[in-house]
Write a protein that binds this ligand. Structure first.
Ligand code: SAH
Length: 348
């Protein structure tokens, strides 16, 4: 029966080896299959040509490979590519390839929808359907790596967990996926080239520090004033700035890894001097830099990007206080692939 079959990529290498031994075969078959599943990203048992037909049939009877399928690929005029990714249960998430002159960055999703309620984000309007499995996250990266080689003649260089979902709300699977992405048995990428972006779940930021993760941390701050932050990111009422701050200090003490704050400046929301001053103050608690990101409108017009003059005020004030600041232009806006625009419009 189809439903009895197990997802083979939920098994560790050891479990695969044990499976073969318990079926009267050699343990090293487990290694061969493991290599096909991860390093070679096999979509079916048929392609595992160093296994006998009987072994492949036996695998087929017991397991499935829940591989993702890129249903639709859209290309932006600036080279950005958005993939609509169909999962084995027909749900759809999106991932984005962002090219620059020297790099290719994959922006991947960690959940179908999102349980958080940021007022300015299109994904927040989709309720959270489920967490992605480690292999579904891994597959998004492989798909983008392939596209990068095909269209840009180079491998993927960076990964950001800034697609759909809140990565820390799917903590175990995100960490397992990163383990595979960085392992020589998977893609062998350096963890320094991976950034996990979170709205800021203090307990889990501390857990990451305790788990001694090696990837980078970005926090979607958007305001360092509790009242303002709660009005645009209502979960801030529970995960307050004081708790977030404490967790970030802990993070830095343990990892010595500088934090990036993502920040959009909106007219009438966080465009006053007191807002910049609060941000400067917040940046003092742990070594950090600020990434001012452009607002990507999500059709209702409640939020308006602040004027260039206001952005300049932010940049000047931050720099005057010795804080590194970058201003990031959006990519892929024409295909709804920019930050906060991922909402499956292209999906089904
Ligand atoms: N949940 C995670 C990752 C997904 S969002 C997080 O909150 O960090 C990735 C980034 O896009 C976050 O910094 C988020 O605040 C930002 N973002 C969301 N909607 C946006 C929009 N409409 N315009 C610009 N950035 C947006």
């Amino acid at each position: 029966m189809e439903s009895k079959k197990r997802d083979i990529r939920a098994l560790t290498r050891e479990q695969l080896r044990d499976f073969f031994v318990s079926h009267g075969d050699k343990a090293f078959r487990g290694n061969q299959v493991y290599e096909w599943l991860w390093q070679k990203s096999a979509h079916s048992f048929d392609v595992m040509t160093n296994l006998s037909k009987a072994t492949r049939d036996m695998l087929e009877e017991n397991f499935v490979i829940n591989h993702i399928q890129v249903d639709q690929m859209q290309r932006s005029s600036d080279g950005t590519i958005k993939n609509a990714v169909r999962l084995h249960d027909d749900l759809v998430v999106e991932s984005v390839l962002i090219p620059t002159k020297t790099r290719t960055t994959a922006c991947v999703s960690s959940q179908v929808g999102c349980s958080l309620d940021c007022k300015f984000c299109a994904t927040a309007r989709l309720k959270r359907m489920r967490n992605l499995n480690p292999d579904e996250i891994y597959d998004q990266v492989v798909a983008i790596d392939n596209e990068s080689r095909l269209y840009f003649d180079r491998p993927l260089s960076n990964i950001v967990f800034m697609g759909m979902g809140e990565p820390l709300m799917n903590y175990n699977n995100v960490l397992k996926a990163i383990e595979k992405i960085t392992s020589p048995e998977g893609l062998g990428m350096s963890p320094k080239r991976i950034t996990v972006s979170t709205s800021g779940v203090p307990k889990l930021i501390k857990k990451m520090a305790d788990d001694a993760v090696k990837f980078k941390l970005a926090v979607s701050l958007h305001s360092a004033v509790d009242e303002t932050r709660t009005s645009i990111m209502p979960f801030n009422a529970t995960f307050t700035l004081a708790d977030l701050r404490e967790a970030l200090v802990y993070w830095y003490q343990k990892t010595k890894s500088r934090i990036t704050y993502e920040y959009v400046v909106w007219e009438g929301i966080n465009d006053q001097r007191k807002d910049v001053d609060a941000l400067v103050e917040f940046c003092r608690f742990a070594p950090s830099k600020v990434n001012l990101i452009e607002y990507n409108p999500i059709d209702d017009g409640d939020f308006q990007q602040a004027s260039n003059k206001t952005i300049e005020m932010y940049v000047e004030t931050l720099e005057k206080n010795g804080i590194t600041v970058t201003v990031r232009r959006s990519r892929g806006k024409d295909i709804d692939a920019a930050c906060g625009q991922l909402a499956n419009k292209s999906g089904s």
